[in-house]
Ligand binder design. Structure first.
Ligand code: URA
Ligand code: SF4
Length: 191
């Protein structure tokens, strides 16, 4: 097991025992994230839904099928990238994450980013985009204005590109968004 994998395993253990917000009471399985700990590309969603909560894996429902297609459209596979969420436990009835829950859970994602050191971070949807923009000192407007654009940021010891994207779930209620997402994914390919 590589050093990165070992570090990731430690985080998994913390998350599995986490009671830092009330969502632990309702979870079946926390969703830590899946993929390569050495990935150059990191996708960040919002929170687990019901399928994810049952399987303990991110994006395994309808939105996940769309995400898989998009990843394949740029010649990659799930195993090549890392997929995580802001919240590791499912909010009841898939309600929006609360600020307090994000604050409680964010350190796990921060740590995951620190371990993976991705070259590109692609936050999916409003919550993930506004979280990542704030984290890297960017001003978040709204997803409609920034999707598919590339934001280069410098951290202490590395450079990272942020490419905000619509959440794949939008395609389930607006099929036209699929074309937009496919086009925006091409931006990833160019980097
Ligand atoms: N939506 C998300 O934001 N994350 C998942 O893991 C599944 C659906
Ligand atoms: Fe802990 Fe995050 Fe789950 Fe809340 S959502 S219990 S902070 S792992």
């Amino acid at each position: 097991m590589s050093k990165k994998e070992e570090e990731m395993k430690k985080i998994k253990q913390f998350i599995e025992n986490c009671k830092k917000c009330s969502l632990w009471k309702m979870r079946n399985k926390p969703v830590v994230g899946t993929g390569s700990s050495d990935a150059e590309l990191l996708f960040i969603g919002e929170a687990p839904g019901s399928n994810e909560d049952l399987q303990g894996k991110p994006f395994v429902g309808r939105a996940g099928k769309i995400l898989d297609e998009l990843i394949e459209s740029i010649g990659l596979k799930r195993e090549d990238v890392f997929i995580a969420n802001i919240l590791k436990c499912r909010p009841p009835d898939n309600r929006n994450p609360l600020k307090a829950e994000i604050n409680a859970c964010a350190k796990y994602l921060d740590k995951q980013i620190e371990i993976i050191k991705p070259k590109i971070i692609a936050p999916l949807g409003n919550f993930a985009c506004s979280f990542i923009f704030e984290k890297y000192g960017l001003k978040f407007d709204k997803i409609g204005n920034v999707h598919g654009k590339i934001f280069q940021v410098k951290t202490n010891n590395s450079k990272v590109k942020i490419i905000p994207l619509y959440h794949p779930a939008v395609v389930t209620y607006n099929s036209k968004k699929k074309k937009v997402l496919i086009k925006d994914f091409e931006a990833i390919l160019k980097e």
